[in-house]
Ligand binder design. Sequence first.
Ligand code: SF4
Ligand code: SF4
Length: 389
Amino acid sequence: MNKNTSDVSVKTEKPDFFKMDRRTFLKTACLLGASAFLGTYRTEIVRALETAETKLIWLHGAECTGCTESLLNGGDPDVLSALQALDAKLAYHETLLAGQGIFVDGQPANTAELNSEILVDELIEEGNYILVVEGAIPNGPEGSGRFFMVGNRTFKELFAKAAGNADAILAVGTCAAYGGINSANSAIAQLTDYRGVAFTKNDSSGGMLQELGVNKPVINIPGCPAHPDWILLTLSAVVLGKINISGDLSSVLDGYGRPKAYFSEVVHEECPRHEYYERDEFDTEIGGYKCLFKLGCKGKRANADCSIRKWNGGTSMCVQAGSPCIACVEPGFPDSSRPFYIQGGGGSDGGESDDRKGDGTDSYDGTSSESDSYDTDSRRDSFYRRGDD
Ligand code: SF4
Ligand code: SF4
C-alpha cells in the first residue's frame, strides 16, 4: 500500500474502540474533540462500562456540565481506562446516556432502556453504588425544590432518594460541593436557596443532606471545573478501598471535606511566577510575565495543587497562562473571590493581605455575606461526624 492510500484509510476508517490501545484512544479523542469522540463512540463506551462491577450513579444538578467536560478531557489516566482498570460501571450519567425520553404510541416509553427516569429509579433501588453529584441542588421556593424539575419530580426528591441509598457520595465541582455560582449572593439567592451536597458555601450545617436529614459520608472535589485527576484519583481511592469511606475521614479530608492530597498547598507556593512576587515585580496589565497579585490573583488563598499538577495534561495552569487565580476551589466561591481581577477582591479582610506568609492563613473565612457567620470548629466537627457512622 502506498503512503497516500494509507493516509486516506487513516482518515476514513473508524478505529475499533475495543481494540484501541491507550495511545490510539487518546490520539483519536484529541483529534475528534471530546464531544465528537463521544458522539462517534457513544454505543461502544456505554457497552464497555456496562460490563464493569462497581456501580456509579452520576447525577447532574444545577451546573454547566463543565466538570464532566473536564473529566472527559482528562489525559492520564483518561476516564475510560480508569473506569476499566477499576472495574467500575458508570451505570447512569445523563451526558453519556443514549437518547432517552422516547415516545411509543404517543406515551413515554416505560422501559429502563428507553426511559432514564425508570432506569435511575431501578438502579437506586438495587443499591450498592457510589453517588457522584455534579451541580447544586435548589431548595427553593420555600423548601419545595420546585425550581428544578426532572420529569415529574424535583431534583431535590431525586437527590434525596439517590443519596439515601448510596454507599458514599462524591460532590464533584464547586457547585455540588458548596453551591458554587448558583449560591452566589444575588437578589434572588434566598428564593432559589441553592445548596451544596454537604455544605452551602462554608457552612457544613447548610448542605442539602442536612436539610433532608440524610447522613452519608461525603467527599468534596471542588474546582470550577474540578481537575480530572482529582475526580478520577479520588474515585479510584474510594473504589480500591484506599479511602475507608465509612471510617474516620478527618485524616484524609480537610475541614471543607476536600482530600488533603490535592487541596493542602496553596497555588501561590509553587506558582511559576512566585519569584516575581518575592522581588515585588508585579504586572499591572494582563499579558505580562510577572506576578499577577496586583491584578487580583487569589493564589495565596486557593488551596489546590494546580501549580504542581498543572492542567491540560500537565502543560499549564491559569496563572501560567496569564489569568490571575480566582480561587475557584474555595467554599465561598465566587463571592469570596469577587471582584476577580482587582487586588483586594473577596474575603472578609477585603481581600489579599500582602503578608508574604503564603501559608494559607489569609484564606477566605466565609464572611463575604453579612448573614454568613462562621464557626470553623463546630462546622468541621459536624462534617466529620457524618463520616463516622
Ligand atoms: S500572587 Fe498569584 S501570580 Fe503572584 S506568585 Fe502568587 S499565585 Fe503566582
Ligand atoms: S489556579 Fe486557581 S482558578 Fe485556576 S483552577 Fe487552580 S484554584 Fe482554580
